[in-house]
Design a protein around this ligand. Structure first.
Ligand code: SF4
Length: 363
């Protein structure tokens, strides 16, 4: 898909993961465990790593949780980001403990001099800072009556903090401007992107439950990504954070911004369909979601699972391979050509074995 051009942004290194400057859009999530309990937090981070999360953020509400940073880091492989509100001293402790990035909230981190102390320490440690503006905690945004004014207030708040960092020649900056309203969020990111080229962390905050939050996030993030905006993202769902990672991969894969694993093309079924396609597709999806190393494939494997032979292979001609339903049989096709037959009770097995052989071919 070549119809959008990624906005040029500065490269920022977060504990070995580069964001910006044309790097692949990195997938982030956030733990929802009690970060004072480092063992449980590590357990969740490992599940997120397994799901393909590339950067993980933990909220550090107090000194006790900040003192856990080095312990958590010892047991995980991906970069760890500290989410700090209200008290800059927690951020200082996180830096001492070896955090990979700080996220501060201009709406509540306190006075300019506290931010300046933090910037000096982050600069010494070569640790990037995300200025994470959030409409919910920015009083200037509450007073705005329309989306555009709110978007401007968010972008201005981010700029105010960016300038403090720039004054100290600190440029390892990432910015986010999140609200729960798509129009306001998109406008805020666009305003900021027209002013500075720091990498942008995208998100529609408080997007909602797994179902409605997924749709809202896909709509909002999709608009920005289509316009070339966004270097890393977090999908916010009121759900297990592993679901956020799965949704992020699915979104980026559908926009051809990341090649990750298996892409399933399946038809909506109609009266021609003579197999239980819904069950087959959901089984294949479940099985492939736990297959190891699929996300590391250089090229995604596109498989088609179609209800009938009349339109199936033709509708799915871009797929690497697929199966289309017939009466008591499945027609196996590769690149739009029929190459064999498979009994209905062997479809899933056949699809999984073919994915494995494609995986082996890609090494
Ligand atoms: S592939 Fe066949 S079964 Fe599926 S929607 Fe098209 S015509 Fe109907």
């Amino acid at each position: 898909m070549e119809f959008y051009k990624r906005t040029h942004t500065k490269k920022v290194n977060i504990g070995g993961v580069t964001i910006g400057g044309g790097s692949p859009v990195a997938i982030q999530s956030m733990t929802n465990t009690n970060s004072r309990d480092w063992k449980t937090t590590v357990k969740q981070i490992r599940q997120l790593e397994e799901a393909g999360c590339e950067i993980i953020r933990v909220s550090l509400p107090d000194m006790e949780s900040a003192c856990n940073v080095s312990k958590i880091k010892k047991h995980i492989k991906i970069p760890l980001v500290a989410d700090i509100h209200f008290d800059y001293r927690i951020a200082l402790e996180a830096l001492k403990q070896g955090i990979d990035k700080l996220r501060i909230n201009p709406g509540n981190i306190g006075s300019k001099d506290k931010v300046e102390i933090l910037v000096k320490e982050a600069k010494k440690a070569h640790i990037p800072i995300r200025i994470g503006v959030n409409a919910g905690s920015l009083k200037e945004a509450h007073n705005c009556l329309d989306n555009l004014s709110r978007a401007k207030a968010l972008a201005n708040a981010a700029m105010e903090h960016v300038k403090i960092l720039e004054k100290h020649k600190f440029e390892d900056i990432v910015v986010s401007l999140k609200t729960s309203n798509i129009d306001t969020t998109v406008r805020a990111y666009k305003i900021f992107a027209s002013r500075r080229n720091y990498p942008l962390h995208l998100g529609i905050t408080e997007a909602g439950s797994m179902f409605s939050g997924t749709i809202k996030s896909a709509a909002g993030l999709g608009i920005m990504l289509y316009d070339g905006i966004g270097d890393t993202l977090r999908v916010s769902l009121t759900a297990d954070p592993v679901e956020e990672v799965k949704m992020a991969y699915s979104l980026l894969q559908s926009m051809e911004l990341r090649s990750c694993g298996v892409e399933i093309v399946s038809c909506p079924t109609c009266s021609r369909c003579q197999v239980d396609l819904i069950k087959i597709v959901s089984e294949v999806e479940k099985k492939t979601s736990v297959m190891k190393n699929l996300k590391k494939l250089s090229k995604p494997i596109k498989i088609a699972i179609m209800g009938c032979i009349v339109n199936g292979p033709g509708e799915a001609k871009d797929a690497d391979f697929g199966i289309a339903g017939g009466k008591d049989v499945g027609i196996l096709f590769k690149n739009g050509e029929i190459v064999g037959k498979v009994k209905p009770n062997k479809w899933i097995q056949k699809i999984i074995s073919m994915i494995k052989s494609y995986q082996d071919l890609q090494g």
